[in-house]
Design a protein around this ligand. Structure first.
Ligand code: DGL
Length: 258
């Protein structure tokens, strides 16, 4: 057992949707969250650059004594998770588009997989497509993440963009939508408004936090039962105090929506 914190990282604020889930499901743990806000977006960058930036983020978390790393970013996971697992002894947990659970849902129709360009083009997602992608339609969503970073979770800018991105697919039935970028759960309400009522919108957050819980248990790294837990430290690369305030506000938004 150890009361050292769990480290989480993303290119910006998106991974806070995973952090909220972790605070709810593993409340005895403390968390250090790093948002690489000076280098966002990851989703349109060269994978070698994303690997370099992810390593830098992990180093910052290690300096805080983190006992496990959650890559709360689909893009960085696709690029860096396998490599980092080879290089490090502590648990590295990643996130991937939740295509498997979506494919197991009953019903007919397309499964729209919303994610960044990099996530959709890398071999990790191609392997997922081969196994579970029978009805899956990859939809690269450039621009959506920027709305979340700007705090625009609904309204004209988001709706115009969503209309451009989704309308081409809406003349056929949609069985489910996979939110394959950790920023997109913040846009659930706006996305749902384009779909028939009740269309499932699935993210990988709960599965990722379950995996974190399993790995901490396997390595005997869970917080002790006396530890109060729930402490969150926010770090950024932009060194702008206003960013930390935005992160705290986003965490409250994410916690309310669980
Ligand atoms: N949140 C990141 C993800 O899950 C992507 C955002 C970005 O493009 O930086 O893929």
């Amino acid at each position: 057992m150890t009361d050292r914190p769990v480290g989480m990282l993303d290119s910006g604020l998106g991974g806070i949707s995973v952090l909220a889930q972790a605070l709810r499901d593993l409340p005895r743990e403390d968390y250090v969250y790093f948002g690489d806000t000076a280098h966002i977006p990851y989703g349109d960058k060269d994978p070698a650059e994303v690997l370099r930036l992810t390593r830098q983020g992990v180093d910052r978390l290690l300096a805080y004594g983190c006992k496990a790393i959650v890559i709360a970013c689909n893009t960085a996971t696709s690029v860096a998770a396998a490599q980092l697992r080879q290089e490090m002894t502590l648990p590295v947990i990643g996130i991937e588009p939740a295509l498997k659970p979506a494919s197991l849902l009953p019903g007919e129709g397309q499964i729209l997989v919303l994610a960044t360009r990099v996530t959709l083009k890398l071999p990790k997602f191609q392997a997922l497509m081969e196994r579970y992608g029978n009805h899956a339609v990859p939809v690269p969503c450039s621009g959506l993440m920027e709305c979340v970073e700007a705090g625009q979770l609904e309204g004209e800018r988001v709706n115009t963009l969503l209309s451009e991105l989704l309308t081409p697919y809406l003349d056929k039935p949609v069985k489910a939508v996979v939110l394959g970028c950790t920023h997109y759960p913040f846009l659930k309400k706006a996305i749902a408004a384009f779909l028939p009522a009740g269309t499932p919108l699935i993210d990988g957050n709960a599965g990722t936090v379950r995996q974190l819980g399993r790995r901490l248990a396997e390595e005997d790294l869970q917080a002790s039962s006396e530890h109060p837990g729930g402490k969150v430290t926010f770090l950024t690369s932009s060194e702008d105090p206003a960013t930390v305030a935005r992160m705290e506000a986003m965490l409250q938004t994410a916690l309310r929506s669980l």
